[in-house]
Design a protein around this ligand. Structure first.
Ligand SMILES: *Cc1c(COP(=O)(O)O)cnc(C)c1O
Length: 357
């Protein structure tokens, strides 16, 4: 029996999308490859609310996170962290020898516009990184308010990790002034893992020219220049199988309608939060909750591993807490192709296993 995934990635992939993975191979320098890639980029521009260029990388989301901070930082990066993935971005900067400072919020709390203002007013930074949706704590950061601060600093390149929220939460990339918005295939896009996606603004592109050691495979400038010169073909062989699946899935997403898709995520989020509040507690600051997953405090001190073992026997799986929140919290994802029916199914099974009723 297949296990239905309520973990925050990889998420459920529809059977017809899985079938699209098995399309026949073609030359990645063919006209057909150009057409495929162009269609994917056009549709991603709609999903991500941008007119900027789209870059794909055959890596997971982390690849373009590393590539973005490395290719865009000429001076110093201010890395805002609200949990495990923000911390990881800082580690990436450090591992690449990029001058950077981390500004961390307490677990369960957001990055505030005041924190960003304070850092940027020093004039030390030319890159800001923000996590849109922190998958370890269940926080969605107030990017609209943060955008108002960053707009006052026109030389700053703003990079956003939207790996676990893009295509599940509305993020108006251009309106917010986000220069590089990063996501990957296996979360709210509901595709298999294996490719990273980012948007790149003209400002971010121009910045890369001032950075001498950008590496190559994950360098945003190399990727950008190649697809301009070679009619949307990539500098190295991309994962064509995932691109077939992505092409179909993006058409499905646009058919569902973006507003409908976001509303479905909000409805599932509201249901899971209310359920969590009834039997446990929601972990994060209630004013800044994620729309794609809920992190639940383990107030009953249950064994999350035992619960999951029983759930898996019933054909479903939830997420334990991430990193140092393991066992102290557990996570129910409501992203991608999951529905209200699925939410009712997983919560009623948890109630049954834990004898909550
Ligand atoms: C999953 C995740 C990542 C890492 O993405 P990969 O595709 O696994 O490399 C980064 N940031 C956030 C917020 C995530 O949820």
């Amino acid at each position: 029996m297949a296990t239905k995934l309520f973990i925050p990635g990889p998420t459920e992939v529809l059977p017809e999308i899985l079938a699209a993975l098995s399309g026949p191979m073609m030359g990645h320098r063919s006209k057909k490859a150009s057409e495929l890639q162009r269609r994917i980029s056009d549709n991603l521009r709609q999903v991500l609310y941008t007119e900027n260029e789209i870059l794909l990388s055959t890596s997971s989301g982390s690849g373009l996170m590393e590539g973005a901070v490395r290719s865009c930082t000429a001076k110093r990066a201010a890395v805002f962290s609200v949990g495990a993935f923000g911390k990881k971005w800082f580690q990436m900067a450090q591992a690449n020898g990029i001058p950077s400072d981390m500004f961390a919020s307490e677990h369960g709390q957001p990055t505030t516009p005041e924190m960003v203002e304070q850092a940027l007013s020093t004039g030390k930074y030319d890159v800001v990184t923000v996590t849109h949706n922190e998958t370890s704590s269940g926080i969605q950061n107030p990017v609209e308010e943060i955008a108002e601060v960053i707009k006052k600093y026109p030389d700053v390149v703003w990079c956003v990790d939207a790996v676990s929220s893009a295509a599940g939460s509305k993020i108006e990339t251009d309106k917010l002034g986000i220069d590089v918005l990063i996501t990957s295939t296996q979360k709210a896009l509901a595709l298999p893992p294996g490719m990273a996606i980012c948007t790149i603004s003209p400002k971010a592109y121009e910045r890369t020219a001032q950075v001498p050691n950008r590496g190559m495979y994950l360098d945003l400038r190399t990727l950008y220049d190649f697809i301009q010169k070679k009619d949307y073909q990539y500098s190295s062989t991309p994962c064509l199988s995932i691109m077939y699946a992505m092409d179909l899935q993006l058409q499905r997403i646009l058919q569902e309608g973006l507003e409908n898709r976001f509303a479905r995520h909000e409805e599932m989020a509201a249901f899971i939060r209310a359920w969590a509040a009834e039997y446990f507690a929601v972990f994060a600051n209630p004013n800044h909750l994620s729309k794609t997953l809920t992190v639940i405090s383990n107030t009953r001190n249950i064994s999350v591993a035992d619960l999951n073992k029983e759930l898996i026997e019933r054909g479903m799986q939830i997420g334990n807490g991430y990193g140092d929140l393991k066992d102290k919290t557990f996570r129910i994802a409501h992203m991608g192709e999951l529905t209200m029916e699925d939410m009712k199914e997983v919560t009623s099974n948890i109630e049954d296993i834990l004898k909550l009723k």
